[in-house]
Write a protein that binds this ligand. Structure first.
Ligand code: DMJ
Length: 579
């Protein structure tokens, strides 16, 4: 039945159609609508037409207001969520320290690492690093202030030495990034709270590179004597470590009692540890004009220089504090326990104005040793990598730690060492980048193994136990050096990808970033609940310097970075040596 069609009335019927049975064909519906339209009077038709036009105009006019409102609502929802669900109010100083290794129940990963809005502007990459730093700092400030490390998921902290390690490690980063407010807060804590008169055992190497190095570098950047005073205090408290039969230092020092000892199970120290404290102690001597610091660390270098047991300049991993000899010989690596020995040979030579030829000779010989014994190419794509030798057998294993090497090689070439060092640097840089891009999260695992047999399907393999990422800096550190020396923007692009993936997979919504256990599963990264101090001290600093427009910011012709990314001055050639 059709509605009555009378002139002067607008009547639309939406009721049942026609008398025939239900016909759903499009054609029937089209015809039926058209028939109805034709049955309307001219007045009815023009009225409907005008209403539609009016509705269309109103819709256009109100669209921006409506969308604005919706956007506002969703922002509010997001804020409510982060405040009430993911960000409970927690006092700065928590009553009970939470021991590392016993994490509180983690939240499901979807909530823990929920992707946050990344950055304001892709184009402002230095600002994106500042944002990342602020986010990391917020977590530290809210849940771990004055303690060693943030545990971002349990919103608590972990102690290692009980000396505010993250805060000290991050001081010069804040200065370089121009985060004045944050820097002033941290400085106030150093002035009021930081004391080394504490009955605690600290690791000589870690406290030298992070605390002594961090304080010295902050002193140089700011000129504030507070940091030099603190540096002198910790430096002198570390000296008992050198009271050993061989003068090769013990690994641990009690900075309150003034006693030192090796680890409980051995009288050995790690070679990288005893040979990577020199930049800092030498600088302390120069500033204080007190030679004992430099003397102590120079003695270690002189002894290591003369020792038997090297393989073409490559050192074993352990050295005995009684005999002063290498122990557990036969393993040669550029990774854990040996890495920064090589780095500090070159950097001491640069720091001292390129005059100490023994350091240079040892460095050059070691790089030849790397080329001869450790360098190989992977299959199928021929990536150049640095493996290990274990009792005469080559192993295609490479730690992420080895990725400091491209940067160090490039620094050497920049300082006049052979040009083929730069070629090797660019090849290894590509490999380190591939260790990131070939993973499902775009983040490198701690250790990789390279395939070498012909016909391999992929170049890189990762063992189950090696799939973690600790927010380490070595690759972005090398990207920084390579970019500074080549100006090739691809290195900035690579660093940008890495930063985006740190943001995507390791950023914790309530503040901070976390190490993860599995770089191979983007859906279940298995957060470890720990933000290492070097993420703020090194990783973010190198990323910032990689993106900075000013290529002279912390010029590599005036500063040398210690192994924890704390820049120390290259000594002016007019400087008199303390020795
Ligand atoms: C840092 O403490 C230093 O870079 C050290 O030389 C190696 N390990 C960490 C970063 O990975």
């Amino acid at each position: 039945m059709h509605p009555p069609s009378r002139q002067g009335y607008v009547s639309l019927s939406l009721a049942g159609q026609g008398s025939g049975g239900y016909n759903n064909s499009k054609q029937w519906r089209r015809q039926s609508c058209w028939r109805k339209w034709k049955q309307l009077s001219r007045l009815q038709r023009s009225l409907i037409f005008s209403i539609l036009v009016l509705l269309f105009i109103c819709g256009l006019a109100t669209y921006p207001i409506v969308t604005e409102h919706l956007r506002g609502l969703s922002d509010e929802e997001q804020e409510t969520e982060s405040n009430s669900v993911l960000r409970p109010v927690v006092p700065h100083v928590l009553p009970e320290p939470v021991r590392l290794g016993h994490p509180a129940l983690p939240e499901p990963p979807s909530q823990v690492c929920k992707p946050l809005p990344l950055f304001s502007e892709e184009s402002d990459r230095p600002e994106a690093v500042r944002e990342a730093f602020r986010h990391a700092w917020k977590g530290y400030k809210d849940f771990a202030w004055g303690h060693d490390e943030l545990r971002p998921i349990s919103r608590s902290y972990g102690e290692w030495f009980g000396l505010g390690l993250t805060l000290i490690d991050a001081l010069d980063t804040m200065w370089i990034l121009g985060l004045k407010e944050e820097f002033e807060e941290a400085k106030a804590w150093v002035a009021a709270e930081l004391t080394f008169n504490k009955n605690v055992d600290v690791n000589l190497f870690e406290s030298t590179i992070r605390i002594l190095g961090g304080l010295l570098s902050t002193y140089h950047l700011t000129g504030d004597a507070l940091f030099l005073d603190k540096a002198k205090d910790i430096g002198s408290r570390l000296m008992p470590a050198f009271n050993t039969p061989s003068k090769i230092p013990y690994s641990d020092v009690n900075i309150g009692k003034g006693t030192a000892h090796p680890p409980r199970w051995t009288s050995d120290s790690t070679v990288a540890e005893v040979t990577s404290i020199q930049l800092e102690f030498r600088e302390l001597s120069r500033l204080t004009q007190e030679p004992q610091y430099e003397d102590a660390v120079a003695e270690v270098m002189n002894q290591v220089h003369k020792l038997d047991g090297k393989l073409d300049g490559l050192v074993p991993m352990f050295i005995n504090t009684n005999s002063g000899q290498f122990t557990h010989q036969g393993i040669y690596t550029l990774g854990a326990r040996a890495d920064s020995y090589y780095e500090y040979l070159l950097k001491q030579w640069i720091q001292g104005g390129k005059r100490e030829s023994q350091l240079l000779d040892d460095y050059l010989q070691a790089i030849e040793g790397v080329k001869k014994n450790l360098l190989q190419k992977s299959s199928p794509n021929g990536l150049t990598f640095v493996g290990e030798v274990s009792h005469g057998q080559f192993s295609p294993k490479m730690d992420h730690l080895v990725c400091f090497l491209p940067g160090t090689l490039a620094l050497g070439a920049h300082n006049g060492l052979p040009a083929d060092h730069m070629d090797l640097a660019t090849q290894l840089m590509e490999t380190c980048y591939q260790m990131y891009v070939q993973m499902e999260t775009g983040l490198s695992p701690e250790i990789v193994h390279f395939n070498m047999h012909e016909g391999s399907i992929r170049d890189i393999e990762v063992k189950l136990a090696d799939r973690h990422n600790l927010l380490r800096p070595e690759t972005v550190e090398s990207l920084f050096y390579l970019y500074r020396f080549t100006k090739d923007h691809k290195y900035q692009e690579w660093g940008w990808e890495i930063l985006k993936n740190f943001n995507k997979y390791t950023k914790v919504s309530s503040g901070g970033y976390t190490s993860i256990n599995n770089v191979r599963d983007p859906d279940y990264t298995s957060p470890q609940d720990k933000m290492e101090s070097f993420f703020l001290g090194e990783t973010l600093k190198y990323l910032y310097l990689l993106f900075a427009d000013d290529l002279d910011l912390i010029s590599l012709d005036r500063f040398v970075f210690n192994t924890e990314a704390h820049p120390l001055p290259i000594w002016p050639s007019t400087d008199t040596h303390t020795n």
